[in-house]
Design a protein around this ligand. Structure first.
Ligand SMILES: [Zn+2]
Length: 390
């Protein structure tokens, strides 16, 4: 059964009528969740191929979940069956299809300009639900990509025709075109005026104006070339909207104009750095003060702190260990949330002692014989009572 591919001659066709040639029960195991595979006499549904995902939509009262070509047959995967011989109306999910065509045609234009200006080939194309990537087999700098993007958008503004042709094998031999296909028997050539000529099976918009804005978002080194991230048309508009929303939030938080947020962040980072340096000096001064106040003891030295960070607390414990006969135990926290502890000793083997401490005071943690650390969920009174008996 040969299905006439309406999408090959008219990419802008949103709905069509067709006759159901066959309807096969396939079970519930298909990845898209479909239960039936339907073959039509003609269709506007594009099957997955050439880096572009399949169209979705409706066929009569059936939902088209996926479209694939298998063993030469164009199969519409649906949720419910349709009677063989019946005439049905097919309606594409047009918003989805239009966005894919905008991105796909934009990719042709970008690839054509890269090819003519720099001689590199498109060696990989991915058109996902929220990302479009194109891989080129040569390095392009940011400035070169900006140049390509500008030229592409000028071609959009000129609104030139995107046409389809089917050259014979002889004509194909004389034709200079970019190709993603090896088979030239059923060659389908998509031409964007003087800007690109490429073999492709997918539907495209009719003129470059229908692509809308073409925006290169990012690029990265990819094998021996670059991977370019881009968006076109309505997807580019959505992306722009998200970026504006994000920038507006940053702008409000920094009380800076939207295009001055980067300089505002630079100033903020500089301020944070000097705050950090100031904090380090204050911590050191506080530590020196705390160490000066430590009272030597034959027994355990307990310290409850709330202002120190873990690193400074460790330094305080080290100083306390030198003047205590038992352990120097420092606690950071409160009775409600529990305490973080650091315990040091020159006289008690802490690795084995830690098990007793943790068991008695609902704690977790461990370390070396000289120093242990962890957390305890006990009150200050319980901790003081426990260590006063040791
Ligand atoms: Zn194409």
């Amino acid at each position: 059964m040969v299905t006439k591919k309406l999408y090959e001659t008219d990419g802008m066709l949103r709905d069509f009528t067709a006759q159901v040639l066959s309807c096969q029960l396939i079970g519930k195991d298909s990845p898209c969740g479909a239960e039936y595979a339907i073959i039509l006499d003609q269709t506007a549904f594009f099957p997955e191929g050439g880096g572009q995902t399949a169209d979705t939509g409706n066929l009569g009262n059936a939902v088209v979940l996926d479209v694939q070509i298998q063993d030469g047959e164009l199969l519409h995967y649906t949720d419910v069956p349709l009677p063989v011989g019946e005439t049905v109306v097919g309606v594409l999910n047009w918003e989805q299809r239009l966005r894919k065509m905008q991105n796909h045609t934009g990719e042709h234009l970008i690839s054509g300009i890269v090819h003519s200006q720099f001689g590199y080939d498109n060696v990989g194309f991915h058109l996902g639900s929220d990302e479009v990537t194109v891989d080129f087999n040569g390095i392009l700098t940011d400035a070169e990509l900006a140049f390509v993007e500008y030229i592409a958008n000028r071609v959009v503004a000129m609104n030139v025709a995107v046409t389809v042709s089917y050259p014979t094998a002889e004509e194909a031999c004389a034709l200079d075109y970019r190709s993603k296909l090896d088979n030239i028997d059923d060659l389908r050539i998509v031409t964007i005026a003087d800007w690109d000529c490429c073999a492709c099976c997918a539907p495209h918009v009719n003129t470059t104006g229908q692509i809308g804005c073409i925006k290169i978002l990012d690029s990265e080194n990819w094998k021996s070339g670059v991977r370019v991230h881009m968006l076109c048309g309505l997807d580019a508009l959505d992306d722009y909207t998200k970026r504006i929303e994000n920038t507006a939030r940053i702008s409000n938080m920094l009380s800076a104009k939207q295009l001055e947020t980067a300089s505002a962040v630079e100033r903020l980072l500089k301020n944070m750095q000097s705050e950090r340096e100031q904090q380090a000096k204050l911590r050191q001064a506080l530590l020196d003060c705390k160490i000066a106040q430590l009272q030597p003891t034959e027994g355990n030295l307990l310290l409850f702190e709330d202002l120190l960070d873990a690193d400074t607390l460790r330094k305080l414990v080290n100083a306390g260990v030198a003047i205590s006969g038992g352990v120097c135990a420092a606690f950071l926290g409160n009775d409600t949330d529990g305490y973080r502890y650091i315990i040091g000793s020159n006289t008690i083997a802490l690795r084995s002692a830690s098990k007793e401490y943790n068991s008695a005071l609902n704690g977790r943690g461990g370390g070396s014989d000289q120093m242990i650390q962890g957390t305890m969920h006990a009150t200050r009174a319980e901790i003081e009572a426990y260590f006063s008996k040791q």
